[in-house]
Design a binder for this molecule. Structure first.
Ligand SMILES: NC(=O)c1ccc[n+]([C@@H]2O[C@H](COP(=O)([O-])OP(=O)(O)OC[C@H]3O[C@@H](n4cnc5c(N)ncnc54)[C@H](O)[C@@H]3O)[C@@H](O)[C@H]2O)c1
Length: 250
């Protein structure tokens, strides 16, 4: 598998202790970055991942962060800059779902998803903008979803947050371009994670039937695209949404 070079780069990743975020953290570490990743509740899984990465020669630091809390996110980015000395990349990966049809969706479930999946990204981008602008370089990658482009019954809160990320990505791309900071969005379709593992084989088969590639993504197939947006090879790309969905949305 090809890799991108991130030697000496300091990259912050939210939600790095499982799923897609874990794959992003492992890949960026194997490509030479010093990754500062977040965990949310318990540190046990983060500790185990960190031990494996260090044993393989990588450099990772896990910090506890609640992305829905502005002070927590601000403190995280400040800690990254203080400990890492700079901030080359920010990957906004942390996210939640609280699905339900609109008639039954509580205001709390609406706000929880917007607070985590959209406001959390705003807090992190705001905190990262200053060090990146003064460095005159930086890369921000937001993890969206094709649901933000297509909608999904039962996910009014989630799809609204992910659609909001598209606007945030494009506005910040325009605001930060003159300081050589790019902002892009990776929009996965169906990814094989703990979350989607709960579906039955029949449910999966019906999803996969609509996907031109006839399968879900492995987490590293998302991580490799994130790595591209953080790499020198994508230096002339900003404000883009790239669907990584086996051809589902086109
Ligand atoms: N799995 C899929 O099929 C799929 C498809 C499209 C988009 N996505 C997006 O990819 C991202 C990662 O999803 P995943 O499938 O790996 O899910 P996951 O549930 O395995 O991981 C989500 C991560 O976010 C973290 N997190 C949640 N709330 C947080 C908070 N308040 N503060 C800090 N961290 C918090 C969790 O600790 C966890 O590490 C999400 O943004 C999700 O919306 C996933």
């Amino acid at each position: 598998m090809g890799t991108f070079a991130h030697h000496g780069k300091v990259i912050a990743v939210t939600g790095g202790a499982r799923g897609i975020g874990e794959a992003i953290v492992r890949r960026l570490c194997s490509e030479g970055a010093h990754v500062f990743a977040t965990y949310n509740a318990s540190s046990s899984r983060a500790d185990a991942i960190a031990a494996e990465i260090r044993a393989a020669g990588g450099t990772v630091t896990f910090l506890q962060v609640d992305v829905s809390n502005e002070d927590s996110v601000k403190g995280f980015i400040e800690a990254v800059v203080a400990q890492g000395g700079r901030l080359d990349g920010l990957v906004n990966n942390a996210g939640i779902t609280k699905d339900g049809l609109i008639m039954r969706m509580s205001a709390k479930d609406w706000h929880d998803v917007i607070d985590t999946n959209l406001s959390g990204v705003f807090y992190a981008c705001k905190a990262a903008a200053r060090p990146m602008m003064s460095q005159r370089s930086g890369r921000i990658v937001n993890i969206g979803s094709i649901v933000g482009l297509q909608g999904n019954a039962g996910q009014a809160n989630y799809s609204s947050a992910k659609a909001g990320l598209v606007g945030l990505t494009k506005s910040l791309a325009r605001e930060l371009a003159s300081r050589n900071v790019s902002v892009n969005c990776v929009a996965p379709g169906f990814v094989e994670t703990d979350m989607t593992d709960k579906l039955t084989d029949d449910q999966k088969a019906s999803f996969f039937g609509n996907i031109p590639l006839k399968r879900g993504a492995q987490t590293d197939e998302i991580a490799s695209v994130v790595s591209f947006f953080l790499a020198q090879e994508s230096s002339y790309v900003t404000g883009q949404v790239l669907n990584v969905d086996g051809g589902l949305a086109m």
